[in-house]
Write a protein that binds this ligand. Structure first.
Ligand SMILES: [Cu+2]
Length: 134
């Protein structure tokens, strides 16, 4: 789609903008954006509580969170037939967690009460209550 430029700036500025635009379409720029995105996501996921996953329980079994909080799930035991974290309403589902140290994180973006449990051990459950930030 052709773009209309308002020519209130001089030629050299037009050239500079041209270079800027070329840069913004370049692979380097895309990589820079990606790096920023990963950086931000990394920072965000560094915060928030951790739930330990074992055969018997999710610990802690109750969390009260503000919207936007990232919860980490840390598998603490070996489970070759895997642990999969799900919730009653079908909102979330983790990838298979098999080895100690296998982890997953999920950011709760919606208000509500989430009844989560390990698919393979339905008695290992936790309640996560998410409320808006004040
Ligand atoms: Cu298990």
């Amino acid at each position: 789609m052709p773009r209309v430029h308002h020519c209130w700036i001089g030629r050299s500025h037009v050239r500079a903008f041209g270079r800027l635009r070329a840069f913004s379409q370049s692979r380097v720029f895309a990589l820079a954006l990606l790096a920023i995105f990963i950086g931000v996501a990394g920072t965000a996921s560094a915060h928030g509580p951790t739930i330990a996953v074992s055969h018997e329980e999710l610990k802690p079994a109750l969390l009260n969170l503000f919207i936007g909080t990232t919860v980490h799930f840390n598998n603490s035991v070996e489970m070759p037939s895997r642990h999969v974290i799900v919730d009653k309403a079908g909102t979330l589902e983790s990838p298979p967690l098999m080895m100690p140290g296998d982890g997953w994180h999920y950011t709760f973006e919606k208000e509500g009460a989430f009844e989560i449990y390990i698919k393979q051990h339905p008695n290992a459950k936790a309640r996560i209550v998410v409320v808006p930030k004040r």
